[in-house]
Design a protein around this ligand. Structure first.
Ligand SMILES: [Zn+2]
Length: 215
């Protein structure tokens, strides 16, 4: 079997997302790109995450063509492959319909930067890609375009997409955006939002890039 360890990692992340309440039932999709071969391991369409075995994860190329696997890959495979084609720095893509992020993606109010953790990740407010039908090439293109070189993008009336140099980081980014979406929602209920200073957001971003973690 090609990329067994990588397939196991995709399942691990999908289960973690489910445990943390970022996805319901079979919604959402997860993938990673193997840096050595460039092959993409992606979750199959409409299967229970608890039942996934490594053989259920589909290995596709950058165009979405199946290289190995009997399952039908996620209907959002074009979304993942389009991002991988445009962003050579991306090694993991996570797409969820997590409730608070999707709520911000479904209203006209700007998702203001008030949470320092999110500011450190994105430095400027997360953009929302215009609505396109799920699973379509149009959705894939508009999302990849709105994402630009950032780590997260909201998808109008649909959900959230996050990326990272690997799938673990892409997943962590999905958690950060959802938490910030929740904090921002509650803060807005409590009173007027205190927007973070844009310069401070840039400083935070730089600080995280240079100092955070064990490396
Ligand atoms: Zn979706």
């Amino acid at each position: 079997m090609l990329l067994k360890k990588e397939r196991e990692m995709v399942i691990k992340i999908a289960l973690k997302a489910q445990q943390m309440g970022l996805i319901s039932l079979t919604f959402g999709n997860f993938s990673l790109r193997d840096p050595a071969t460039g092959h993409i391991c992606i979750t199959p369409s409409g299967m229970d995450y608890e039942e996934l075995e490594p053989a259920d994860i589909v290995v596709v190329d950058e165009q979405g063509k199946t290289i190995e696997g009997d399952r039908k890959p996620s209907i959002e495979t074009p979304l993942h492959t389009t991002v991988y084609r445009k962003r050579k720095d991306v090694g993991g893509v996570v797409h969820t319909h997590s409730v608070f992020a999707t709520a911000w993606a479904s209203c006209d109010v700007e998702f203001t930067l008030v949470a320092a953790e999110l500011a450190a990740l994105v430095a400027e407010p997360v953009k929302t890609a215009p609505y396109r039908r799920m699973g379509s090439v149009e959705l894939a293109e508009t999302v990849a375009e709105t994402l630009e070189d950032k780590s997260a993008v909201l998808m109008s009336n649909h959900g959230l997409l996050t990326v990272g140099p690997d799938i673990k980081t892409a997943f962590a980014n999905a958690v950060i955006v959802e938490e910030a979406a929740k904090i921002t929602f509650y803060a807005k209920m409590l009173g007027r939002l205190k927007e973070m200073d844009p310069d401070e957001c840039q400083v935070l971003r730089q600080w995280i890039v240079e100092r955070y973690g064990q490396k």
